[in-house]
Write a protein that binds this ligand. Sequence first.
Ligand SMILES: [Zn+2]
Length: 440
Amino acid sequence: MMKTFTIKFLIFLLAFTFLLPCLQNPLTELKAQSPLPKQKSYQFINGQWFDGKGFRRRSFYSAGGVLTSKKTARIDETIDLKNGFVIPAFAEGHNHWLEPQRVDEYIQNYLRDGVFYVKDEGNLPYIVSQFISKLNRPTSVDFITALQGFTGSGGHPLEIIRQFQEFGVIPKEWTERDFDGKAVLIVDDAKDIPGRWKLLLAGKPDFVKVFLNDSEQFGMNKDNPKKTGINPKFLPEIVRLAHEARLYVSVHISTATDFHNAVVAGADEIAHLPFVDFDKKLGNEHFLDNEHFLISEADAKLAARHGVRVITTLSWLKADLGDDPQRAEEAKTQVIIPNLLMLKRHGVKLLIGSDQFRQTSLPEILLLSSFKVFTNPELLKIACETTPQAIFPKRKIGFLRDGYEASFLVLDGNPLTNFEQIKNIRLRFKQGYFIETPKE
Ligand SMILES: [Zn+2]
């Protein structure tokens, strides 16, 4: 979940850009979806298609929103891809769509950047219900959400929920008490779990989110609970309930201890690399060195053995340390790159996710590329194969193969030789439809 730092900065922005339309137009503004146009059958010629290793020149057809290499009985239109480089679409493994009034803009931004699949790592049923009807259709973004996440009393992300109440996104009349259940699920005792669990399931979440935050400090400072999230001892029971309900568990972490606690509790996914708050914690009495952020070899091995996925969220480097290049460099060379190398060495699955308000995952992919930990083919596969598949494991997406969804991007140049080419998207096609994006 976003941190207070950015939120403070956003108060200023939001006061002008968000509250005004919010006051003028409550929920009535959301228009009903227009019906989809009739789906055509297309033949795509002169394209170079990514096959997981390289680009191969071949023809593909789209019929009924599905890709096929066999000529279809009917071809409504032939499209010349003019030597463009065809790749599967990108995905966003971590964000929060907390501004219902801006969802049209979010959708446009994501489609523009070729990001067709979005995973919301924690939201409110009250907010999601205002925009969900605009999503999960061929010409829009496909979206899943955890809804309310589990935390402890006073824990992260309650400080953010309060901010959003100030912004006017959450009804003014909701009390702190209302937040428990409507915004987060507070567990301070094992007996709190069954009731909160029932409440979560009633909203039909797509997966389960739990917040650990500096869990090594849990209970250490009673006067200042330090927004530590849930007591890690409750995590195994939540994992058990989630698995019983065939849902996976994604855990917010800040430190290497949180990472450890999540992995040993059987979590399926870790929502950040440990380093969030790196700036504040170095020099703090509790965090005297980088050790607090370095994933141990044993934990990396265990994560690999359990098939745990780790979401990058490295854009925080810029958000946190953008104005301090020396510290940013320190965070990068002493914490981020060693952690990435450790996870890579042990074969831990990485997913692309930005956790950046009003941004897509495209800058996250480019940032990761600049670290030179992954080769261009490795990173391309993480971005357009692994991440989309992790978000929608039951769908045939992430590959340009017979029988897969006809969804792809056409780039001007070869991203395997020049990774920056992922920005040069000349054409977007999703489930059998061309995606129009406003000209810039
Ligand atoms: Zn987040």
